[in-house]
Design a protein. Structure first.
Length: 118
């Protein structure tokens, strides 16, 4: 425990809900090598129809992006629904650097994503 008595903050928090039979996963924190396994395990349990809410991401590395791309491709191959919402350039620059921001299904809001993929 830190000296100031506060509990340490988890590097990654993942929560999910279901909207219109689509799993919506909210991601809060860092997506990097230290949280990769946790993120991969959670995505594996999420199912093929998925909306990832990345508004709470504070940093994303290329490995995390690779997991997202893999899940997107798996969803496409299965004919499932997939979208990303709340993606911010300043925290997910790797998406733009790789050119994937122009290919991945990015939407500003949950409502926009649901309208597009429903």
């Amino acid at each position: 425990m830190p000296e100031n008595g506060e509990e340490p903050v988890a590097a990654l928090s993942l929560t999910s809900s279901t909207v219109n039979e689509i799993t919506v996963v909210r991601v809060d924190g860092v997506l990097d090598a230290t949280t990769r396994a946790q993120f991969a395990d959670y995505l594996a349990m999420a199912g093929p129809d998925l909306i990832l809410d990345l508004a709470g991401v504070t940093f994303m590395d290329s490995r995390a992006l690779g997991l997202i791309v893999h899940h997107w491709q798996t969803s496409l191959a299965a004919g499932a629904k997939f979208a990303l919402i709340g993606v911010e350039y300043s925290k997910s620059k790797v998406m733009w650097i790789t050119g994937l921001a122009q290919r991945l299904p990015l939407y500003d809001t949950l409502e926009d994503a649901l309208s597009a993929i429903a």
